[in-house]
Design a binder for this molecule. Sequence first.
Ligand code: PMV
Length: 314
Amino acid sequence: GREGRGHTWAKAILLGEHAVVYGHPAVAVPLHDLRMNATATPINGPSRLRCLDYEGPLTGSGARFDCVAQAFEAAREFAGCPRQSFIITTRSDFPHERGLGSSAAAAGAIIRAVLDACRRPACAEELFALTQRAEAVAHGRPSGLDAAATCAPGPLRFQAGEMRPVSQRIEGAHLVLADSGVHGSTRQAVTGLRERYEEQTEAVGPLIAELGALARLAVTALEDGDAPRLGTAMDRAHEVLAALGLSLPVLESLTGAARQAGALGAKLTGGGLGGCVIALADGPQPAERIGSALLHAGAAAVWTHRMHTSEAGQ
Ligand code: PMV
């Protein structure tokens, strides 16, 4: 048999995290400089997994690998080679469990590699369904945002299970991502917010709705090529997320440092209570300055991502 290959990317939620859980829109962007690569090499004997911090049997290896193992099984079955063994290797440019979509990205890359090795073509809908199936086992009820955004050519708007590509017409904008180094449990953040929502619906409901409105504003800012408007929406969203109890002192100091260094806007991204922050920069030099400031403020890692312009539907 021959080796198969597949890749996906990291994703960041630009706006609308948490609001999307309540039926409001969210916008996510694939980060095309941060790749997840997978290879599938046919072998005899039991299948094995090789990734950054693990090498060993692919099945029955514990919760962390549930999604990967599910993706592998689903892909073998779909490809019509359920009994062929493989060595699966993944190599990623970004850390897992930081809200960057690593589990969906790994599932998507492995699925593509296995299908490639088995010479089984699949359309975008089939690939999405396979990735979602793997994510569902690992995460319960994933919205589908990660499965879609980690293989998208450009930004996506997502609402109530419906997604559509968004045209990105801001020229020269960069996103600077910084890892706080703190593991943020999305599940815990979502559960905590749900409790506050049930207890104080009148106070919390409007804040969640405002996050949705800001996500809509972000869509039009991208489409209109209006970076300052997008930055202002990001700043406000961070305030709202903080008011909802989803920030941490480390996220406050990182977003503050980014703004001080000239970011058009900065916010936490993803579940919050840890994880990453994103900052919007209007050019490569400002992005570099903001990146240094974030490292200086204690970020565990920083990535700069050029936001290429893209036309939806092309
Ligand atoms: O932390 P991430 O990138 O998996 O994003 C979580 C986004 C939430 O809106 C908080 C939860 C969800 O399921 O959409």
